[in-house]
Ligand binder design. Sequence first.
Ligand code: G1P
Length: 318
Amino acid sequence: MSEHSANPSTATAASGRPRAVKAVIPAAGLATRFLPATKAVPKELLPVVDRPVLQYIVEEAAQAGIDDVLLITGRGKTSMVDHFDRRPDLEERLEKKPELLAAVRRSEELAAIYTVRQPEQLGLGHAVGYAESHVGDAPFAVLLGDEFVKQSEPLLPAMLELQARTGGVVLAFFEVDPAETKRYGIASVEPAEAELTDIGEIVKVTGMVEKPKPEDAPSNLAVLGRYVLPSRIFDAIRRTEPGSGGEIQLTDAMELLRKEGVPVHAIVYRGTRYDTGMPLGYLQTVVQIAAEREDLGSEFRKWLAEFVNSDAAGGSGT
Ligand code: G1P
């Protein structure tokens, strides 16, 4: 990050425009899809092997040079903040276990964590609106609390750079099965003059709609849970009426800005996205990450192959 200045409030990209240095993670939701597991444990703290989902997300921000993270929280979710706090008592007991000590310290040193409460869950746009006083008038990143991308295929650095160049809204898309459009924000696009990035093509967005039925969807390009937004979004959120599901949608606020002339670009991400927002995606994430782990991956892959072929898994029973 050579363009990243020492003073975070004045970080600039090659374009000379300020580059976003803060991330906002909306994490106030109730996670009804994981009940009863999420009655007392926030879904963001469900483990993927030995780290909570939320840590992967904060690591993704830190890897992109963002170490100021605002969590939008709600009732029953304060343990998310505890995860990133110092634990001197625990550290003391781990003195003779350097690997565990390093793992605990890592979670404490990733980023400065701030919080704000969203008292009522009235939608993603409504949640992001609570970040205004922390973010001020600089651009900022939004990272949804239940998805992340593969560490070796980072997406945020290219998004931050692109936003500093355009000054507008920068999104990331992934392709979905046309039958699945009603789960996502869906966009129509045209080619951008801009070139390719390492991780996907850059497109110009010509329209966005939240959770359309397949017959109304303008494409199968879905909005991935990473956004880099100009601070004008806050004013747009205030002017956004409830939309899909009766909620104040971030997609609608961004579409409002686009119609008013704010440029909206996106990177069509070709890397690996992990979606832990639903039980199936969560399981797939755990299996993929476990299989890639240096310490337990080879043993796990061997067991998994045997299991898949066994009677217990309905396999061929070799
Ligand atoms: C949110 C956004 C949607 C986006 C999705 C990505 O939906 O509203 O536009 O495509 O995240 O995961 P949610 O998953 O909160 O229903």
